[in-house]
Write a new protein. Sequence first.
Lengths: 276, 271
Amino acid sequence: MTDTTKPPGAPPYRVAASVWQSIPHPSERLIYGLVGIVAVLAVWEAVSQTEVVKSVLISRPTAIITAAIQEFSTGAIWPNLQATLSVWALGFTLAAILGIGIGLLSGIFRTFRYIADPWLNAINVAPDLAFVPILILWFGIGLKFKIVLVLLTGTFYVAINTLAGVRSAEGRFLQVAESLGASQIRVLRTVVLPGSVPYVMTGLRQGAARSIIAVIVAEFVSSNQGIGFMISVAGSFLDTATVMFGIALLAILGFLVSEILGRIEHRFDAWRPQLP
Amino acid sequence: MHSLAINDVVMEYERPRTHERVLAIDHLSLTIENSSFVSVVGPSGCGKSTLLFIIDGLVRPTVGSVTIDGRQITSPGRDRAMVFQEASLFPWYTTLRNCAYGLECQGVSRKDAETRSRPLLEMVGLAGFEHHYPHELSIGMQQRANLARALAVDPDVLLMDEPFAALDAQTRELMQAELLGIWAHAKKTVVFITHQIDEAIYLSDRVIVMSARPGRIIDDIPVELERPRSLDIKRTPSFTALEERIWHRLASEVKHGGEMERADRGVASAP
């Protein structure tokens, strides 16, 4: 082909001309990432051991690991983990269904969008956690309250991203479909929906992460179970190691959820050009 | 004689932001005989693509009508198919599914539609690429797939909107020759929009020259070069004479219309 021609004696194609263009070694990312983590943990441990800062305030990595081992070996963690995950799973599933529904309806029907838009915007700017007192008033402090808080938080992200996805349907693709005689339903199924999948998945990822926060806050406020409850109780007993363990556990949870949704997304968009 | 007739079409639209009324096409009439290959050239923005959209039924003219064999066109139909400019394949479908899309829209089952599409992909030289996604194809291959998609519904009229504009010069010439080969077999009416004067002459029985906006027909030139035509014909005196004529016809329009790409050879370069 024409683009393979190269002047004789030209330098190799990839040249590290400057820091902006230098090519990373494949394992560079992993190595530096680990080095960074280990370094921070080491400094943390040292500062805590030498009591430069009171260790009861900041705990220390070894103590956190001990707390983790104890939580898992006694099995004390399981009911808490189960409580948090089940509230989250139930709440977020409902939020995903509701969010995709609202997003699709507002994307497809202009009237619906005009009605829903102010409310979506209002919920967007209002911090959802400010609803906690009134939600407790309405729903008490049981499961219902937690689910509603998760719904309030998660639905919004899924809905606005789904709406953006539907609205992103490109005119040229719509024209192609219309030109070939596609019905409205077929246009929705074959043009609008496939094009909006990446948006919906972004919404699900954001919504999932936010929903976990909502569950934890709900457990802080009113619960006798869950990771949030565990953290809150440990905090009141100055058990900082367990608090830190709880936070680490939530971080890992968030990471796993994002990873799983990423995999699911990948199944849906084999057609997209993959970035290196 | 069956034919495609454009009857005194006027197209006026309003710019969304400024609400300015724009006259895109001004009382244009044209009759195209069945199975003939007609190209439309004109300066950028002269309404030639709009004209094609009107024939397809995607756009309704402000005044006037388009009829095929006497029937008035009000919407897209099975008797017409459009080959759009580049990147109009659905990126989420494979080449085969894209090609089968039109048949599926007509109620043919997916399996049958795909079976019927395979020979067309073969005809345009895409055998072996049925399960590739558009982004895995070169622009030239994407345009072949576009053509196959339009041919798959077996239309009487093929509407082509600058299909080769994004291709490099060599690929474009190759595709022109292949298109003529396919057309010779299929014997469909083709309305072909292009910027390239040499492309228009090489492919067509007739070249319609449009004015700068508002678009009107300013010349209607029969091309009486014998078929089948090889690419060498572009270097013959009769070919270059036609190029010269169309170029001069357009030159004054281009000054207030937009730029017009010249053929690479045969005609002295314009300033």
